[in-house]
Design a binder for this molecule. Sequence first.
Ligand SMILES: *[C@@H]1O[C@H](CO)[C@@H](O)[C@H](O)[C@H]1NC(C)=O
Ligand SMILES: *[C@@H]1O[C@H](CO)[C@@H](O)[C@H](O)[C@H]1NC(C)=O
Ligand SMILES: *[C@@H]1O[C@H](CO)[C@@H](O)[C@H](O)[C@H]1NC(C)=O
Length: 237
Amino acid sequence: MGRTSGLGDSAIAEAGPRPSADTWLPPTAPKEKTSHHQSNSRFPKQLLASLLILLLLLAISFFIAFIIFFQRWSQLIKEKKNPKEVFHEKLICEKTHLNVEGKSWGCCPENWMISNTSCYFISSEAKTWTESKKNCTGMQALLLVINAKEEQLLIIQKLNRNSAYYVGLSDPEGMHQWQRVDQSPYNRSVTFWHPYEPSNYKEHCVFINFRQGNWGWNDASCDVPQKSICKMMKIYL
Ligand SMILES: *[C@@H]1O[C@H](CO)[C@@H](O)[C@H](O)[C@H]1NC(C)=O
Ligand SMILES: *[C@@H]1O[C@H](CO)[C@@H](O)[C@H](O)[C@H]1NC(C)=O
Ligand SMILES: *[C@@H]1O[C@H](CO)[C@@H](O)[C@H](O)[C@H]1NC(C)=O
């Protein structure tokens, strides 16, 4: 009895822990594991989702900011551009020794004449003085105002001796109070009138023409269509 009971005890004792270990350990361990797994996987999923949303929002705001920045920047570039540069699409440039504002290229529109500092357009379409003046301002230029003997000598090389060309000088009052279209003061010592000109108080405008072997200025009626010359400062790039 004692043996059997002992055996039985031992058998029970041995058998006891086995089932208990089988029944106890697996439920507790997996339970804990699964609960940990659930909380661990739920948390990152929410975190990941919010991170993704945050990233998406960031990306969108960066994109919008970039577009706004690009628009402002291109607008700035446009504003910074010389209106002459915007108006005249094709420019002919040459390296300049003047280096204006740190810019070393002096440019003139295509088909314009280039000098040291200016560009000249010789219009062969005959127009009244007022229309000629408008034509120049329409091209971001002014009717020619001659400032020096050298300038006049340069211009006349390109002119036709049988034509007259309006310049930016007029006398609206008819009192020989000559006004220059660039608003600079009229200086009697820097004028190139033909001999005995100006001659007629009824002629309020001025053209340059060839007479008796010389190019010179002449007062003329503003309404007679003539050719004309426009002048603008070089465009520096
Ligand atoms: C252009 O510049 C040169 C050298 O500086 C000078 O000799 C010449 O007179 C200038 N031409 C005009 C038309 O101003
Ligand atoms: C000025 O006249 C010229 C022709 O002489 C023409 O080509 C040009 O388009 C005119 N410009 C304006 C602004 O009217
Ligand atoms: C007129 O031009 C001459 C020669 O360039 C100059 O010496 C004089 O100071 C000028 N006069 C005025 C009032 O600008």
